[in-house]
Unconditional design. Structure first.
Ligand code: SAM
Length: 327
């Protein structure tokens, strides 16, 4: 059906849509559309539109679905969801503000929009965030049926690793002893416990450990999760020789902790070692470092070499699943 639409350049789309909505002129029953750099906003009364706007007759489909950020902006913005926080990565401040407004106006639950303001850094692997809309950086994120309370300004969490975590968690059998050396808020530890493992989870960040304990409670696995705050090289000492499985997800520093990983290993143990390496030899350095750390004590067999994701140009985030069998 042809309806009157205000035509403006895409860059002016959001401001125009807001103005028309405030004036009660926005036709919410019809889809906004984009063509050749212009955005067409359906209106209910062409006569009432201020003179400075160009009004044209145009086909506009009836709106059936929910409003998306793309409907508001005129293009699909790139963003990531973590609970009710939307994460964007936009350099231009004006563009970042427009994207944030569009996300807040769209029809899905979003309380806060943040922009990446630094790289992940420091011992706690936390990033700085610029809050673009809403407030509060604490949220509840759901992953494969478990919920995690966390504050992205205080702890590390990457929803992009969900599939990888699930791959590891699916290998866990009931009754296993599992150690998560760098547990964060528990996205490995909690689901491993839910599969029936006894889990020791360590982190040097006190806030991560608080959230981890809370997340174990929320997911009904407090009894099976022992959360330890501190540097795993000292804190997990009493669990030497205990583990059937060790998760080591601190990719930049993996090699500094391999002696500890081997010390934690029991008679037969699978080590999931995360690493970041050049694409020319993404697995070699990790594999050699594990063999060095295992020495004559363990036979080392690499069961899986997996590229988890691209980390930076020519750099890969990888995981080695390595079986350590005591000789
Ligand atoms: N495994 C979690 C996940 O997938 O979300 C967190 C991984 S994050 C990359 C690494 C974590 O290791 C951070 O929470 C950081 O605080 C913790 N960490 C850094 N150095 C540590 C150390 N020496 N001992 C224990 N934890 C440490």
């Amino acid at each position: 059906m042809r309806v009157p639409c205000v035509r403006v350049p895409v860059e002016a789309g959001e401001a125009t849509r807001t103005l028309l909505a405030d004036a009660g002129l926005l036709d919410g029953d019809r889809e906004i559309s984009v063509e050749d750099g212009d955005i067409f906003v359906p209106v209910t009364d062409a006569e009432a539109v201020p003179d400075e706007y160009d009004v044209v007759e145009r086909e506009a489909a009836e709106r059936t679905g929910q409003v998306t950020p793309a409907d508001v902006l005129g293009y699909e913005p790139s963003y990531e969801r973590l609970g009710d926080v939307a994460i964007v990565d936009v350099d231009d401040p004006e563009e970042a503000r427009r994207v944030a407004e569009a996300i807040m106006e769209a029809d899905f639950p979003c309380e806060t929009v943040v922009n990446r303001a630094s790289k992940v850094r420091g011992e706690y692997r936390v990033r700085d965030w610029e809050v673009l809309a809403g407030d509060g950086t604490e949220t509840v994120h759901r992953e494969y049926g478990h919920e995690f309370l966390l504050d992205i300004a205080e702890v590390y969490f990457s929803p992009r690793l969900a599939t990888e975590r699930h791959r590891v968690i699916e290998q866990v059998a009931a009754g296993e002893h599992a150690v998560d050396m760098f547990a964060g808020v528990g996205p490995f530890a909690v689901p491993m416990a839910a599969r029936g493992a006894d889990v020791v989870a360590c982190d040097v960040n006190p806030r991560a450990i608080e959230y981890l304990r809370e997340n174990a409670r929320r997911n009904g696995v407090s009894e099976q999760v022992t959360a330890i705050e501190g540097d795993v090289r000292e804190a997990a000492g009493e669990y030497e020789g205990w583990a059937d499985r060790v998760v080591a997800n601190l990719p930049h520093s993996a090699s500094d902790f391999l002696d500890t990983a081997v010390a934690l290993a029991g008679e037969d143990c699978v080590l999931h070692l995360y690493d970041i390496q050049h694409e020319d030899d993404p697995f070699g350095p990790g594999e050699r470092a594990v063999r060095d750390a295992a020495g004559d004590e363990y036979e080392v067999r690499v069961e899986t070499r997996r590229e988890v994701r691209s980390y930076a140009p020519h750099e890969l985030n990888v995981c080695l699943d390595v079986r350590l069998s005591r000789v």
